[in-house]
Design a protein around this ligand. Structure first.
Ligand SMILES: [Zn+2]
Length: 322
């Protein structure tokens, strides 16, 4: 009999499910649509349905499920297992999600922040699987992240640690939705690279292939900038490289604090792969101190959007596996 833990990644559009064994070996990941209009009960029903599918499969195979991990957007009260609020799912205010899922399944459940769960997924079976200490930066519409030190997800004293998108990178810089100024999120996310580039196009009227894209689509995105850069557009290359440099600055500061084995980039912008990681590495080497040899590696994540569910199962293993 093999023990398994179920991981659930709660997203704004889909809920992903996986079962993993102690070594991190994962079942096929499947997803169900997130019911956004049926309140917490509808959401819990869907999560329980998906988890039951995996529990039944395990039972049929002669295995058993020993616990469940849920990665949820937040803010969360981790100790109480409560979702305080979610930006993209309606009706989720002060919902005791952990207990609501645990009760019908008759299994212990642990709640984790979704970005932390994704970081833990990379730690146990992704780009960080050989690392003891790992930092993951998620570059999407915003910037998030997670930190795993010696196998433990870092939460901080008040459960708001590892909010990597809101490290201040530029003193008195661009205002951020969080209320600070100059946050990483304002300089390194795909959205802000695109917004900043569009603002520069409007103000400076540069010679760039992006003008034609602006005219036909009405906007540009990070991929347009990278495509133009790859075609030899110097304005686009500068915009792309500036973002890479800001990212590298963030990575140097993270290295000074945590001295991790690896810093892994994930999220939509990381799909650029070598186009992103090569300039980030070059700037990282350039900006890093020279008092010791550079030992922290900067790399691209390998699990993509599967990291959240695999990591949620891993968090359950960490809690219930002994
Ligand atoms: Zn911020």
């Amino acid at each position: 009999m093999t023990d398994r833990c179920v991981g659930i990644d709660l997203g704004g559009t889909f809920i992903k499910f996986v079962a993993t064994d102690r070594q991190g070996g994962a079942s096929e990941i499947f997803e169900l649509p997130t019911p956004t209009d049926r309140g917490p009960e509808g959401l819990v029903e869907q999560m329980v349905r998906g988890a039951r599918t995996l529990i039944d499969q395990s039972t049929e195979a002669g295995d058993r499920v020993i616990g469940v991990g849920i990665g949820s957007p937040g803010p969360l009260d981790l100790a109480a297992g409560v979702v305080i609020a979610t930006p993209n799912i309606g009706g989720m205010t002060n919902v005791p999600l952990r207990d609501m899922v645990s009760e019908p399944l008759g299994l212990p459940v642990v709640l984790e922040n979704d970005a932390n769960a994704a970081a833990y997924g990379e730690y146990i079976s992704g780009a960080g699987k050989d690392a003891d200490d790992l930092v993951v930066l998620t570059l999407g519409t915003g910037v998030g992240g997670g930190i795993v030190i010696g196998g433990e997800v870092l939460h901080g004293a008040h459960e708001i640690g590892a909010e990597l998108g809101h490290i201040i990178l530029v003193p008195d810089g661009a205002p951020c939705g969080c209320g600070q100024r100059g946050c990483i999120e304002q300089y390194c996310s795909a959205k802000f690279m695109a917004d900043r580039t569009m603002a520069r196009i409007a103000a400076e009227k540069p010679q760039t292939a992006l003008n034609a894209i602006m005219e036909s689509k009405g906007s540009i995105d990070a991929k347009d900038i990278n495509d133009a850069r790859a075609d030899g557009d110097s304005f686009a290359a500068e915009a792309w490289d500036q973002t890479a440099r800001y990212l590298a600055l963030g990575c140097v500061s993270l290295t000074r604090i945590f001295d991790p084995d690896k810093i892994v980039l994930t999220g939509g912008m990381a799909k650029a792969g070598a186009d992103l990681i090569e300039p980030v590495r070059a700037h990282f080497i350039d900006l890093h101190w020279d008092m010791t040899e550079i030992k922290t590696e900067v790399d691209i994540a390998t699990l993509g959007s599967d990291a959240g569910s695999i990591g949620a199962a891993g968090v359950a293993w960490r809690r219930f596996g002994s």
